[in-house]
Design a binder for this molecule. Structure first.
Ligand SMILES: Cc1ncc(COP(=O)(O)O)c(C=O)c1O
Length: 417
C-alpha cells in the first residue's frame, strides 16, 4: 500500500503507536484476542495509583477512587457509543452476568434462557446455575462447530424467552453474530438481550446506543489492552431503574455513606448494578489501554484489522493451511483460526484435536511468536492496530518451517493456554 494513500496514512498512524507497547520490541505479539499488549502508560498509571495511596491515604477515596467505577466506564461509553453513565465497572464478565441474572426471576412461562453452544463457557456456567431457580436453558447447536446461523438462533427466541445472553464475536472462531437481528427478534417477543462484547470491544466498531441492546458486558484483557480485573457492565439507560439486582452491596445504595441498616435503597443510576468496594488498581491499569483505543478509534482499527485478517487468510491458504474462521470479513472479528493438519498430509489430521496445534503454538513461543490454540478451532492468530504485515507473514512462515523441520515434536502435546 502506497504511503501516500489515505488508508496507508491511517495505518501508519496506528503503527506509530508500536513504541508505546514494550513487548513489541522483541516479540511477535499476535494474541490480543487473549491478552492485549500492555501500553507503556500502565507504568505511570500504576505509579499514580501508588502515589495517591502513599501520599493521600484515606483521602484518595474521595479524590477519585470512589468515582472510578463510573469515570472509567465513561471512557468505555465513548468507545462503545453509549450514553455516559450507562457503564459501571466490575471484576469480570462472570460477575457482570451474575449481576444481570440476579435481576430476574425464573417462573414459567417466561423462564427460558437462549444461547448458542459456542458461547464462552463461563457464561453458560452462570446461566446453568439459574436452572436451580427455575430457568430453562435452550442451547442452539452449531452445525459446524464454528458458526451458528442467525436464523437458528432467531427461531429459538420466542414468547417463553426471558433473556438471550450471547457473544457478539465467538471466542473460538471469531464469528461475528448479527446482534441487531437478535435484539430485534428478542424485543419483538418481549425478551431481553445481554451481549458479551469481550471479543468485539476494541477491534470491531459498534454502537450500544444504536443496537438498543438491554445489557452488555465485557472485560479488558483482550482488544482493549486494559489488563485483568476490569470487567464492565452496560445497562440501557431507560431500563436502569427497572431492576433490583439481588447480587448487590453498599455501592449500589442510593446513599452508601449514610450507612443505613436494613434493606437496600437502590441508587437511581447504573450504580445500582454495583456491589462492594471497587477494584481500584485494576481500573488504573485499564485506563491507558482504553484511552489509546478511544484516541485511535475503532473504525480505523477495524479497517486495518479487516485488511490484515484478509491478508492472513490468503497467505495461510497459499501456504497450505486450512482456515477455519468465517471467510466473510463482515461476519468475522479480529482473529483468524488456522488448522495446520494439511501441512502434514491427510494422514495426520490432528490439527484440531489439540496435539499438533498446541505443539506448534509452543514451538512458535520458543521462537518468540505468541499465538494460542483452542480445541475444535485451531491456532488463533490476531493482528491488532500495532501489528505489521511482516509479523503476520513471519508467523505463517514459522508455522511451515516448524512443521517441515518437525520442530513441534519436541514440545508437549497438551493443550496450552
Ligand atoms: C467472549 C468471552 N466472554 C467471557 C470471557 C471471560 O470471562 P471472565 O471475564 O469472567 O473471565 C472470555 C475470555 O476470557 C471471552 O472470550
Amino acid at each position: 500500500m502506497s504511503a501516500r494513500t489515505p488508508a496507508a496514512a491511517e495505518e501508519a498512524a496506528l503503527l506509530a503507536r508500536r513504541a508505546d507497547f514494550p513487548i513489541l520490541a522483541r516479540t511477535t505479539y499476535l494474541i490480543s484476542h487473549s491478552l492485549g499488549a500492555m501500553p507503556r502508560g500502565v507504568f505511570d498509571s500504576m505509579q499514580e495509583y501508588a502515589r495517591s495511596w502513599a501520599e493521600r491515604g484515606i483521602r484518595a477515596w474521595s479524590e477519585g477512587w470512589w468515582a472510578m467505577s463510573g469515570s472509567t466506564g465513561d471512557v468505555l461509553c465513548d468507545i462503545l457509543d453509549a450514553e455516559r453513565g450507562s457503564i459501571v465497572m466490575h471484576q469480570n464478565v462472570s460477575v457482570c452476568q451474575s449481576v444481570v441474572a440476579s435481576c430476574f426471576d425464573y417462573r414459567p412461562p417466561r423462564n427460558r434462557i437462549v444461547y448458542t453452544s459456542l458461547n464462552f463457557p463461563t457464561v453458560m456456567y452462570v446461566w446453568e446455575a439459574r436452572v436451580r431457580e427455575g430457568a430453562e436453558i435452550r442451547e442452539v447447536p452449531s452445525p459446524d462447530g464454528m458458526t451458528v446461523p442467525t436464523e437458528l438462533l432467531l427461531d429459538a427466541i420466542d414468547e417463553r424467552t426471558l433473556l438471550v445472553p450471547i457473544s457478539h464475536v465467538l471466542y473460538k472462531s471469531a464469528f461475528l453474530q448479527d446482534a441487531a437481528a437478535i435484539v430485534e427478534k428478542a424485543h419483538r417477543v418481549g425478551a431481553h438481550v445481554l451481549l458479551d462484547c469481550y471479543q468485539s470491544a476494541g477491534t470491531v466498531p459498534f454502537s450500544l446506543r444504536e443496537l438498543g441492546v438491554d445489557f452488555a458486558c465485557g472485560g479488558s484483557v483482550k482488544w482493549l489492552c486494559g489488563g485483568p480485573g476490569a470487567g464492565w457492565l452496560y445497562v440501557r439507560p431507560d431500563l436502569s431503574e427497572k431492576f433490583e439486582p439481588r447480587v448487590t452491596g453498599w455501592m449500589a445504595h442510593e446513599a452508601p455513606f449514610d450507612f443505613v441498616p436494613g434493606p437496600i435503597r437502590y441508587a437511581k443510576s447504573t450504580y445500582r448494578y454495583l456491589h462492594g468496594s471497587p477494584g481500584v488498581p485494576a481500573m488504573f491499569a485499564a485506563l491507558p489501554g482504553y484511552r489509546t483505543i478511544r484516541e485511535l478509534g475503532t473504525a480505523a482499527i477495524r479497517r486495518k484489522s479487516v485488511r490484515q485478517t484478509e491478508l492472513l487468510r490468503e497467505e495461510a491458504l497459499a501456504r497450505g493451511l486450512r482456515v477455519t474462521s468465517p471467510p466473510d470479513p463482515a461476519r468475522r472479528g479480529g482473529t483468524i483460526t488456522l488448522d495446520p493438519a494439511p501441512l502434514l498430509g491427510g494422514a495426520a489430521a490432528k490439527g484440531q484435536d489439540g496435539r499438533l496445534g498446541a505443539a506448534i503454538v509452543q514451538a512458535l513461543a520458543a521462537r518468540e511468536i505468541l499465538v494460542d490454540f483452542r480445541p475444535g478451532a485451531g491456532i488463533r492468530v490476531s493482528p491488532h492496530f500495532y501489528s505489521t504485515d511482516d509479523e503476520l507473514l513471519a508467523c505463517l512462515d514459522a508455522i511451515g518451517d516448524i512443521v517441515r523441520r518437525r520442530e513441534h515434536e519436541r514440545f508437549a502435546t497438551g493443550v496450552s493456554y
